[in-house]
Design a protein around this ligand. Structure first.
Ligand SMILES: Nc1ncnc2c1ncn2[C@@H]1O[C@H](COP(=O)(O)OP(=O)(O)OP(=O)(O)O)[C@@H](O)[C@H]1O
Length: 698
């Protein structure tokens, strides 16, 4: 972005005035909320209501506080006069400063003057779409687009205009320079928003309607996570009331380190009410204490396990062979086994959950007894059925026929009792597969069992057969390529009628149990109708690095096209062979060199190597965070040691990738893991190795 020298001084001064008056207007809006918005109820009469109103008022005021580090607006659209006068029905729209044009300033939130005129328009408002999408083919009624530059102190220092009325070759591509500057800005700590530079294909996904489920396949760094987060902010703006009614919205990510990396983006966009969870937190069945072999993980993640669990659970339901006898007053009423069997069948046909079915059985048996009473001339009233349902005899019959289910005990029994598993899995899993899903050694109790992540998903499946979980209106699933069919089912249960945004890259799939195609994955999510979209332009990784990493693609994802990079960075890739005893020394030197440059440094190695490297760095006086161990590793340190298994979704200005062959050998889909590792760098990738590089890279 050129400096203000490029812009006429008077114009720049006018823009600064607009920024100052917008700030003032925002301050007034906030003050108004705090002082006059809600008339509080009589303090003595209704303390509780007052507290609630007060809290709501404070929240509104908080939402109107100026965001630190973020200018109030970052762009402006110019329209022919009179073309733009209503941002929202009934509201005067624009403050026109010069005769002959209407302006819409685009920023992070709506700001209005006391008169009602809009000073700044929220980037999510319908009018703002033109800021991101208007182009040569379709100017969307816009005359020109302006983008602003700000100094580190937040002062407006520059602007650049793009005349949308000129034919394409005559126009300066102001957007490209700004985008490049934004991408190359050195990283410090967690991810930031991209609200000023969202690209047209990304915007199209961000603004898709809440009723649309999306599936985005995108190469590394194409902005999938950014799209997912901005989409949540958009949906909350456009459909807040509906989303609240439908249970809210959440983003589900692969690990807590990843979530800590993205956690500031939504608050910076003024949105704090979206959940940010791992899949384990979404299902909420405890913390994993064990791990599976790849074969066990694959089987436990296989959708056939749903059938096994369902059979094991429902096998507990056995209609009584004897007559149910209920004593009421001086009489006995008898419900014969045929009638009971019919009642049980009827409930099963209704497809109620196991738990609801159990309650229904008590009610229906109570109803049957009431019927017998009436048939024999006895009296009954509205409460009779309920009383009979709660009678000792009916309760005992229900417990015998439809026992209470404990999902943890059920899964424990299946994974420890070969006969039980054989019965439930007959014709579904062969004996060898059955042996592979059982605990290798029988734990003493469910409490002490080393439950793996896949086991917890089995428990969740069983628990949700017993009782359906609360649902959400929308879920954004990041790094979805790693989800097993059973994990997909766990997500699907939480958005039975809501929509999803599925984000991922098949080439970055590392979980042995993961579904291998988007069609499969969407089927298990129950969203076959999702719109599949491909993002291919990578913003993170320069061409020199992505081309190197992409040599792995024919091996790991032969059907995917080679990714393209939004920018070139000659010299960004450095490959250094070092003899084994010198390897650590070479890594330390690489870090030292990187410390002379700006920005964050990620030292990524096979998990088993990381502790040694971390210690060696400390001994050389380089304080480094240890991801997975230090909760604030990404914020508190410039140098972060990253186990390859936690690198997914992250990025660093410099990446030092240590011994690729070890990363490739460490697991079944090790080459996919290596692809993830090699695609984390924004500016420089330094590969240090002593073993030969894995073949496709050699
Ligand atoms: N339109 C944009 N303007 C500025 N920066 C962008 C834009 N789109 C993406 N980026 C930047 O590119 C980087 C990669 O984005 P993001 O992490 O969302 O990609 P991803 O597709 O999720 O990557 P991966 O598959 O590797 O996890 C981030 O630094 C993001 O801020």
């Amino acid at each position: 972005m050129p400096d203000s020298a490029a812009a006429p001084d008077a114009e720049l001064r006018a823009e600064r005035r607009h920024l100052a008056s917008s700030r003032e207007a925002l301050r007034e809006m906030r003050e108004e909320v705090l002082t006059t918005e809600t008339a509080l109820a009589d303090a003595v009469v209704d303390k509780y209501t007052n507290a609630v109103l007060q809290r709501a008022r404070e929240r509104r005021a908080e939402a109107l506080a100026e965001l630190p580090d973020a200018p109030l607006f970052f762009g402006r659209l110019t329209y022919p006069p009179g073309d733009l006068y209503e941002a929202e029905p009934g509201e005067p729209f624009t403050s026109t400063r010069t005769p002959g044009a209407d302006f819409a300033y685009i920023g992070r939130r709506n700001v209005r003057e006391r008169s009602g005129a809009t000073m700044v328009l929220d980037w999510r408002a319908p009018v703002s779409a033109a800021f991101y999408r208007a182009g040569p083919q379709s100017p969307m009624g816009v005359l020109s687009r302006r983008r602003y530059g700000f100094g580190t102190d937040g002062a407006l220092t520059a602007f650049e205009d793009e005349d949308l009325t000129l034919p394409e070759p005559a126009r300066a591509d102001a957007g490209a320079a700004l985008l490049a500057a934004e991408i190359e800005r050195p990283r410090t700590g967690p991810m930031r928003d991209i609200v000023a530079t969202i690209q047209p294909d990304q915007d199209d996904l961000v603004r898709a309607s809440l009723d649309t489920s999306l599936c985005v396949q995108g190469a590394p760094g194409t902005g999938k996570t950014a799209v997912g987060l901005h989409r949540i902010a958009f949906l909350l703006y456009a459909e807040r009331v509906r989303l609240r009614r439908e249970g809210g919205v959440a983003i589900v990510g692969p690990s807590s380190s990843f979530l800590s990396y993205i956690r500031d983006v939504l608050p910076a966009l003024g949105e704090a009410e979206a959940g940010q969870l791992t899949l384990e937190e979404l299902a909420d069945r405890g913390t994993p204490k064990g791990a599976d072999s790849p074969q066990a993980a694959r089987l436990k993640g296989d959708a056939r396990m749903a059938e096994v669990l369902s059979r094991a659970l429902w096998a507990q339901v056995r209609p009584a062979a004897e007559t149910l006898v209920v004593t009421a007053g001086s009489r006995k009423y008898r419900v014969p086994p045929e009638d009971i069997a019919e009642i049980v069948d009827g409930i099963r046909r209704q497809r109620a959950s196991y738990g609801a079915g159990r309650d229904l059985l008590a009610q229906r048996l109570g109803g049957a007894v009431q019927g017998l009473m009436e048939a024999s001339g006895g009296t009954s009233d509205a409460g009779t059925r309920g009383r009979m349902a709660r009678s000792r005899e009916v309760k005992a019959a229900v417990t015998a026929m439809w026992p209470k289910a404990d999902p943890v005990k059920l899964v424990f029994a299946l994974l420890t009792d070969p006969d039980l598993l054989a019965r439930a899995a007959a014709g579904v899993l062969d004996p060898e597969e059955q042996a592979a899903v059982r605990f290798p050694r029988r734990p003493r109790s469910p409490r002490s069992a080393p439950w793996s992540p896949a086991d917890l998903v089995l428990i969740d499946e069983a628990a949700c057969l017993v009782q359906r979980p609360p649902s959400l209106g929308h879920i954004v699933l990041d790094e979805a390529q790693d989800l097993s069919p059973m994990q997909c089912r766990a997500v699907a249960r939480r958005v039975p009628s809501g929509s999803v945004t599925v984000l991922g890259d098949i080439a970055q799939g590392t979980a042995p149990a993961a579904a291998r195609t988007w069609a499969d994955l969407l089927r298990h999510l129950g969203k076959d109708d999702a719109r599949l979209q491909v993002l291919s332009r990578g913003y993170r990784v320069p061409a020199q690095i992505i081309d190197f990493a992409a040599r792995l693609l024919p091996e790991i994802a032969p059907d995917l096209p080679a990714p393209s990079a939004a920018r070139q960075a000659p010299g960004a890739l450095r490959i250094e062979a070092a003899p084994a005893p010198r390897l650590t020394g070479a890594v330390l030197d690489a870090c030292k060199r990187a410390l002379d440059e700006e920005g964050s440094i990620g030292v990524i190695a096979a998990d088993g190597r990381l502790d040694g490297l971390h210690t060696a760095l400390a001994e050389r006086g380089i304080g480094a965070g240890h991801l997975g161990r230090d909760p604030d590793a990404l914020e508190a340190y410039r140098v972060v040691c990253v186990p390859a298994s936690l690198a997914k979704g992250l990025e660093f200005d410099t990446v030092v990738a240590v011994e690729p062959a070890d990363i490739a050998d460490a697991e079944e889909r090790g080459l996919n893991r290596l692809y993830v590792v090699l695609t984390r760098a924004v500016s420089r990738l330094h590969v240090v190795h002593s073993r030969p590089l894995p073949e496709p890279l050699g």
